[in-house]
Write a protein of this length. Structure first.
Length: 320
C-alpha cells in the first residue's frame, strides 16, 4: 500500500479543507474492508524503551468504564478492545469503578498489556494507599505506569517534592517493582507540567494535544514538548476529540482529523481515547490503524477549522 493510499484511507473526508484534506472514495473504503486490517502502528514511549501502540483505551470520560451500574457495557468495550489488539489501557484511582471494571477482564491478558493508572494524592502515605487499592482493584501485582494525576499548580509540585510528598511513594514503588515507570499528567497549566519535568526524571507525561489547544493563550505543546524532547520523556496525548466538542458545527469532521492531528505532532508518541460504545471503539481503532503522518498543509487546515471553537473546546483548562 502506498503512502498516498494510506493517507487517503486515513483522512476519509468528503470535501477538501483548504486544499489540505483529501477524502477517500467509496471504492477505496470497500476495498479496505475486503483485506486483512493493518496492524496498529507502534512507537517507542520515550526513555521507557517500551514499544506501545499509538492508540490506547482511556478509562474515563462520559463512558461506561467510569460509570456506576454499567459493568456489562464496560466489559463489552474492554473485551472488544482486547479483540481489536489494544494493549494500552489507562485508568485512575478516582475514575469511579473504572479500575474494578478493568480488573474483571484484563488479568488473563496482563502479560501482554501496558497498564497505566494514576493518583491525585500529593502526600507519600496517601499516594501509597491509593497504589495498594489500585493494584487490588486491577487484580495485578504491578503497574507499567503510575502517574501523578492532574497536577495543576506550583504549590502542588512543592507538596509533591516535599519531605513527605508523593514523589517518595513513586520512587519506593519503583524500587519494590510495584511500578515500572512513573509519569506526570495535567490539563490546566503547561508551565506546571514543564516545571515538573525539570524537577524530576519522569518517564512520561500525559497532556492535552488537539488542534483547539493551539489557539489557547497558553498552549501545551510549545511549552512541554521542548522539555520532554530534551529529556526523552514519553508524551501521551489526551483530550484528542475534547469530548466530541471539536466536532461541533464549523469544527472538525471527525476522528480522522482529530486523531491525525494529535499523532502527527513531533514528539508525541501515542494517545488515549475513551469509547462510549463498542462501535465507536471499532471506528476509532480503524482510523488509528490507517494513520499516516499529516503534512504541514493538512495540519494547518485542521487548525483553521478549530479557530472559531477553541474556547468551548478547551473547557478542561478550568479543571484543577
Amino acid at each position: 500500500m502506498t503512502e498516498r493510499t494510506t493517507r487517503r484511507n486515513f483522512i476519509m473526508t468528503s470535501v477538501a479543507v483548504a486544499g489540505g484534506i483529501v477524502g477517500a472514495s467509496a471504492l477505496q473504503q470497500n476495498a479496505s474492508n475486503s483485506v486483512t486490517p493493518p496492524a496498529m502502528p507502534e512507537r517507542v514511549l520515550g526513555r521507557t524503551g517500551v514499544k506501545v501502540p499509538i492508540f490506547g483505551l482511556g478509562g474515563a470520560g462520559q463512558t461506561p468504564l467510569s460509570s456506576e451500574g454499567k459493568e456489562k457495557d464496560a466489559a463489552a468495550i474492554i473485551e472488544k478492545a482486547l479483540e481489536l489488539g489494544i494493549r494500552y489501557f489507562d485508568t485512575a484511582a478516582d475514575y469511579g469503578p473504572s479500575e474494578d471494571y478493568l480488573g474483571k477482564v484484563l488479568p488473563p491478558s496482563r502479560k501482554k498489556l501496558f497498564l497505566a493508572s494514576k493518583t491525585d494524592k500529593r502526600d507519600r502515605d496517601g499516594a501509597w494507599r491509593e497504589l495498594e487499592r489500585s493494584l487490588k482493584r486491577l487484580k495485578t501485582n504491578y503497574l507499567d505506569l503510575w502517574q501523578l494525576h492532574h497536577v495543576s499548580s506550583l504549590d502542588e509540585l512543592d507538596t509533591i517534592f516535599s519531605s513527605s510528598g508523593a514523589i517518595h511513594a513513586l520512587e519506593q514503588a519503583m524500587q519494590q517493582k510495584l511500578v515500572r515507570f512513573v509519569g506526570i499528567t495535567g490539563h490546566h497549566d503547561p508551565q506546571v507540567i514543564a516545571e515538573g519535568l525539570r524537577r524530576y526524571a519522569f518517564h512520561t507525561t500525559l497532556i492535552p494535544v488537539n488542534a483547539a489547544d493551539k489557539h489557547h493563550p497558553r498552549p501545551f505543546l510549545p511549552v512541554v514538548l521542548p522539555v520532554s524532547q530534551q529529556k526523552n520523556v514519553g508524551v501521551i496525548a489526551m483530550k484528542v476529540p475534547a469530548y466530541g466538542r471539536l466536532f461541533k458545527p464549523g469544527g472538525l469532521e471527525g476522528m480522522q482529523q482529530a486523531l491525525g492531528y494529535s499523532l502527527s505532532q513531533p514528539g508525541v508518541h501515542c494517545c488515549i481515547v475513551a469509547a462510549e460504545t463498542t462501535a465507536q471503539l471499532e471506528h476509532n481503532v480503524k482510523i488509528a490503524r490507517a494513520f499516516a503522518p499529516l503534512t504541514h498543509q493538512e495540519l494547518a487546515a485542521i487548525e483553521h477549522r478549530t479557530s472559531g471553537i477553541w474556547e468551548d473546546s478547551t473547557f478542561f483548562r478550568a479543571w484543577s
